[in-house]
Design a binder for this molecule. Structure first.
Ligand SMILES: *Cc1c(COP(=O)(O)O)cnc(C)c1O
Length: 372
């Protein structure tokens, strides 16, 4: 193909991103109503956003005007809620945008990014888009980080960027203070993705956010999102605490109107409804624990302990992919990753109590079928 030569070779070489199928499309394809599905595949908040956030969006005016390019009101509120100075806060169209922007600001073609799989898929994707060289330092079979190997990789490759997710998606493990401090001594930028930290804090008050650490480390970025706990995944809004030297540059490269007016309005109202957020985190953590205990009773499932709003399970005696498909046939959506270290796993998000009950029923049906 003559025209393909116009493309950047690293883009052509990339694996396509595997997007989720929207529920409306699944419903159309299967002849089921959207409400009949139990959606436990994307770690979304089954309760949706705070009613105050919904009301704020419904009442939003000035949608004909461009949104605030500096997200001033939201950053002011975030500063009050987190203690991070406004100058160090950047808001994005989801944490995904901030992962991309950060990578773009740091990486020239060929520079090294360290990833510790299994982890969130956007790190390798953003690395590939930016033509980084990706060095993988896999976690062990219990998803613990291999700090000596990361240290060696950082030294031998002169890596510039390291992504760490805590609680880690997909297993829910949390990085401890000592390990994090050790990694922060490396001469690279460490991006700590805290998309699920609210659930960790609800489990164990000692596993607090490291947002405040960003004041003491010039090489730490901490990312958060309104997609998971605040139930605003559809509106796309996340934020990060950045060292000043980096924030300054990111302002230059971000799209001026990256955070839309609806998203900013909803996020602001969600943040103000702190009681709602805390309450939902507690309910979801409780449901995660109840689900995990029920899952452990199936011979073919081994759930991992998790500090997120999801549980990863090893599947034995049948293919994890088959289990995913059989649950989907019953309208229960869970996540399967065709990736190294995860081929015999499924990840199940914590839903409502009713969601868990339907999941368990569906698993019992699979069990009955496999044993007959
Ligand atoms: C869901 C998720 C995100 C994406 O957050 P958005 O704000 O929706 O872009 C980021 N990091 C991790 C680990 C996630 O699981």
């Amino acid at each position: 193909m003559k025209w393909q030569k116009l493309l950047r070779p690293n883009i052509v070489a990339m694996d396509p991103y595997q997007p989720i199928v929207p529920l409306s499309m699944l419903a159309e394809r299967t002849g089921r109503a959207v409400e009949e599905f139990v959606k436990l595949d994307a770690n979304e908040n089954p309760y949706g956003p705070s009613p105050k956030a919904v009301e704020a969006v419904a009442k939003a005016r000035y949608l004909h005007q461009y949104p605030d390019p500096e997200s001033i009101l939201l950053r002011r509120a975030l500063c009050q809620a987190t203690g991070v100075p406004e100058a160090n806060l950047l808001v994005g169209a989801g944490a995904d945008e901030l992962i991309d922007l950060t990578t773009r600001a740091i990486i020239s073609p060929g520079d090294v990014v360290i990833n510790c799989p299994p982890s969130f898929g956007m790190y390798p994707t953003s690395a590939a888009i930016n033509d980084a060289q990706l060095v993988k330092v896999p976690r062990d079979s219990d998803f613990r980080l291999d700090v000596p190997a990361i240290t060696r990789a950082a030294a031998s490759s002169q890596a510039k960027l390291l992504f760490i997710c805590s609680p880690n998606n997909p297993d829910g493990s949390h990085i401890d203070d000592d390990t994090l401090r050790q990694l922060l001594r490396l001469p690279l930028l460490l991006v700590l993705d805290e998309a699920y930290i609210d659930f960790a804090t609800a489990t164990d008050p000692t596993s607090v956010s490291r947002l405040s650490w960003s004041a003491n480390y010039e090489n730490l970025v901490v990312l958060r999102t309104f997609s998971k706990i605040a139930g605003l995944a559809g509106l796309r809004v996340g934020y990060g605490a950045y060292p000043g030297w980096l924030a300054e540059q990111l302002w230059k490269i971000k799209q001026p109107y990256n955070v839309n007016a609806g998203a900013a309005t909803a996020a602001l109202a969600a943040l103000e409804d702190e009681t709602w957020l805390r309450n939902k985190a507690a309910i979801l953590v409780q449901e995660r624990e109840r689900m995990s205990a029920r899952l452990a009773k199936f011979d073919f499932l081994r759930p991992y302990p998790s500090r997120g709003n999801f549980v990863l399970c090893r599947v034995t005696g049948l293919e994890a992919r088959t289990l995913r498909d059989e649950l989907a046939e019953q309208g229960i959506l869970v996540r399967y990753f065709a990736k190294p270290g995860l081929q015999d796993c499924i990840r199940i998000s914590a839903g409502t109590a009713e969601d868990t009950d339907r999941l368990i029923e569906a698993l019992e049906a699979v069990e009955a079928k496999t044993h007959s």
